[in-house]
Design a protein around this ligand. Structure first.
Ligand code: ADP
Length: 353
């Protein structure tokens, strides 16, 4: 017996950057929904596909053999029209014309905002799942794709460490994360980095430095002030060299500033005579087989999303909070910035001394 008689047809879309584990989420959503008696439709290419009316019915077999695959079988996109109210209203008409009763969105904070506005402005029910490698959604401890991206980056960093050590070199390794430092912090600590440079907000970065009194300071520096950043980094690297550390890995979060890492490298050379090599890990971090953690998280979150709808709730997102999967109001994750855990920066510095 269905608890929610208002729902017959559920639609699923992926939006924003793809993340490993999205397929596991699509599988879990589809199978749980069908088990509970609902029909399921996939929308191709995110909000763009929604506006084009690109719907396909999913059955139990259409989601077979995808749990281990990266990317998303539904494809994803960025859709500039969805920033405008008239297109969100149009989207609600398209959904209703296609007899869809609820929309499930798998994506990051931007996709959440689109979904939130869709329900707020048109009353069309939505539920969101956190699918992004950046782990930048406030309200959930983890997002689907983060663990795989961290492991992929780490594998590359281990390889870079071999060559860094063989040549006594400094490597600046840029990782993804947009304006959030989660990937950089995690990779930096797990990879034994010398220094981690993370965005504090859209205009500042933070790094931990060891001062002359042997104290660790987490220093925020404006992104416009790359000379100061390079000075602090150079001083840190020179202190390490004086202690006999001849090779170093510095993890730099992309920080939303193009050429950021190359500029740091140029400043290190020009003002401090420190040679370094830049590696931009880029999109390799998005691809690949999802880790056990991401498949597990996606599976349980997919189940929970359908359970949430089944209980008559919408306007919620699914979150992992202290190891429990739960539904939280969508609004609580909108327009928020996930701040850096300052303690992690301090710990990483202590461990790299
Ligand atoms: P992510 O969901 O991974 O954070 P984006 O920020 O690129 O990725 O957002 C994905 C899509 O979500 C955008 O292309 C747009 O269609 C929609 N979106 C993002 N921000 C908003 C917003 N403020 N209002 C409405 N729709 C939005």
């Amino acid at each position: 017996m269905k608890k929610n008689s208002k729902i017959k047809n559920i639609a699923i879309l992926c939006s924003g950057g793809d993340a490993p584990g999205m397929n596991a989420a699509i599988r879990a959503l589809t199978r749980t929904a069908i088990f509970k008696g609902y029909s399921v439709f996939g929308i191709k290419r995110g909000y763009s596909g929604l506006l084009e009316g690109s719907f396909i019915e999913l059955n139990l077999r259409s989601v077979a053999n995808i749990i281990q695959k990266g990317g998303t079988i539904l494809k994803t996109s960025r859709c500039p029209q969805f920033f405008e109210k008239e297109y969100r209203i149009e989207a609600s008409h398209i959904l209703r014309r296609n007899k869809i009763d609820t929309l499930i969105v798998i994506g990051g904070e931007g996709s959440y905002t689109g979904a939130y506005l869709l329900e707020k402005e048109t009353g069309f029910p939505v539920v969101c799942l956190p699918g992004t490698i950046d782990n930048d959604i406030v309200g959930t401890d983890y997002t689907i794709g983060f663990d795989t991206a961290v492991n992929t980056a780490l594998e590359s960093i281990d390889r870079i460490r071999d060559t860094a050590s063989a040549h006594d070199r400094v490597f600046l390794v840029e990782v993804m994360g947009r304006t959030c430092g989660e990937i950089a912090q995690r990779v930096g600590i797990a990879g034994g980095a010398e220094t981690i440079i993370v965005p504090e907000d859209k205009n500042k970065i933070t790094m931990s430095v060891l001062n002359n009194e042997n104290k660790i300071l987490n220093t925020a520096i404006s992104l416009q002030n790359l000379k100061t950043l390079s000075e602090k980094l150079a001083s840190d690297l020179k202190k390490s060299q004086a202690k006999g550390k001849m090779s170093s890995i510095v993890i730099v979060a992309e920080s939303g500033k193009p050429e950021f890492t190359y500029q740091i490298a140029r400043n290190l050379k020009k003002f401090h005579k420190i040679d370094s090599r830049v590696v931009i890990l880029g999109h390799v971090q998005r691809g690949g087989t999802p880790s056990a953690m991401d498949r597990y998280l996606a599976s349980l979150m997919g189940y929970e999303a359908i359970e949430t709808l089944h209980q008559g709730k919408s306007n919620h997102s699914i979150a992992l909070i202290q190891n429990k999967i739960t539904a939280i109001p969508l609004k609580s994750s909108i327009g928020q910035h996930k701040w850096n855990d300052q303690k992690l920066l301090t710990v990483s510095k202590i461990l790299s001394i």
